[in-house]
Design a protein around this ligand. Structure first.
Ligand SMILES: *Cc1c(COP(=O)(O)O)cnc(C)c1O
Length: 397
């Protein structure tokens, strides 16, 4: 039993540091008004930024896809699991990115985590150099490790630091890797400058747009549309379980890059293809994102964000207004963030406390995410609660 004792001791150590994690169990679909562990809560934590997870047309398409293609794909893409729905989705996504990537093709993955592992693992080998923003998502960090490339971590959004690192590089393969929208801060990478550097140094620019896809750009194409990027150096990863409301991810790049991934990306090759019904449902989701309804939902989301920004009057906690759906409020210590989450929960508000290692030590925070499914009244309820708790915190000894 020594092995279990070790784990038990380690779990207790997490408790002592307020770092132990627990899951909540929801009993309703992903909507702002959610039933969780038997209680009705108003949630500000999902990444369903456009409210598409419960869109009737997508639900109908998922059901239709299941009837048409069955429940599972049965094999990996290179054996027999690659179906018509996957192909259609990939063509649809490639067309969506055509303004930003030359000769674009897209590759559909079961998850964004896998897509990032695949891109970095397949494009960078041990002789490559990889340049990674200090606040990049864990899946990019793990992909960098998988690649065995030499990894340089540059300070968050620090273009000058990155430029000096690149100038000193001798490697023939270089990848600059960044979140498009940083997942725990909600800020946008300095993409135009990053792309200039990539072009100047013959490097790839890999953008993980998990939180920009669907949300940013007039047609919801994400940070590439928002920053008006176009280059043969671009490789874009978009996830499809957040704003797109379903699940999975895609890589969009020049067709030759995609061919290479199909041949070399281990997370792609050695994993069963996602259910074709998911790809079928995503065709509807992409239509909604690009079309008039997506535009309306993005406009509503922006209006809600502005409403929160003008309503919040925080004195002690640090609120950083962001041009995305992610609005972080930094409290500092883990215990403070957990206490705030517990106080909000008493008011039936569900806002997660984000602690290290997800964020740097000393920057524990409330990560408020807004969705087009929220109403003005929902946002007002949260605003009032946060203003009240912050003022109480200011008077605490
Ligand atoms: C969520 C997320 C991922 C992983 O995507 P999944 O489809 O959830 O596996 C990758 N990168 C970032 C920045 C994310 O926020």
């Amino acid at each position: 039993m020594r092995l279990l004792d070790t784990l038990h001791t380690n779990l207790q150590a997490l408790d002592a540091l307020h770092l132990r994690r627990h899951r909540r169990t929801t009993e309703s679909p992903c909507t702002p008004h959610v039933r969780v562990d038997g209680r009705d809560m108003l949630a500000f934590c999902s990444n369903d930024y456009l409210g598409l997870a419960t869109h009737p047309a997508i639900i109908a398409a998922l059901a239709e896809g299941a009837v048409r293609y069955g429940a599972g794909s049965g094999a990996s893409h290179l054996i027999s699991g690659h179906g018509h729905a996957h192909m259609q989705l990939e063509e649809r996504l490639a067309a969506m990115m055509a303004g930003h990537i030359e000769m674009p093709r897209a590759l559909y993955f079961s998850t964004g985590y896998m897509a990032n592992m695949a891109v970095l693992g397949a494009l960078a080998d041990k002789d490559a150099e990889l340049y990674s923003d200090a606040l990049n998502h864990a899946s990019l960090i793990d992909g960098a490790r998988l690649s065995r490339a030499r990894v340089h971590i540059y300070p968050h959004n620090d273009i000058d630091a990155l430029a000096s690192l690149l100038a000193a590089s001798r490697a023939s393969t270089r990848l600059i890797v960044t979140d498009g929208v940083f997942s725990m801060d909600g800020d946008i990478a300095r993409l135009r400058q990053l792309l200039q550097l990539a072009e100047h140094h013959h490097a790839w620019l890999v953008i993980d747009d998990a939180h920009g896809f669907g949300v940013l750009g007039e047609h919801g194409r994400g940070v590439v549309e928002h920053a008006d990027l176009r280059s043969p150096h671009l490789i874009v990863v978009g996830t499809l379980g957040k704003a797109a409301g379903v699940s999975g991810a895609f890589v969009a790049a020049h067709g030759t890059v995609i061919d290479w991934l199909v041949n070399r990306a281990r997370p792609y090759i050695f994993s069963t293809a996602a259910a074709p019904a998911l790809a079928h449902a995503l065709l509807t989701s992409i239509d909604l994102i690009e079309g008039a309804e997506g535009r309306q939902r993005r406009a509503h989301l922006r209006a809600l964000t502005q409403r929160l920004q003008s309503g919040l009057q925080l004195h002690r906690w640090q609120y950083h207004p962001m041009p995305t759906a992610i609005q972080p409020i930094v409290l500092g210590e883990n215990s403070q963030a957990l206490h705030a989450t517990a106080e909000l929960e008493r008011l039936a508000l569900w806002v997660p406390a984000i602690r290290p290692p997800t964020v740097p030590p000393g920057t524990a925070r409330l990560r408020v995410t807004l969705s087009a499914a929220h109403t003005d009244a929902d946002v007002d309820r949260l605003t009032a609660a946060l203003n009240h708790l912050d003022s109480e915190a200011s008077h605490a000894p």
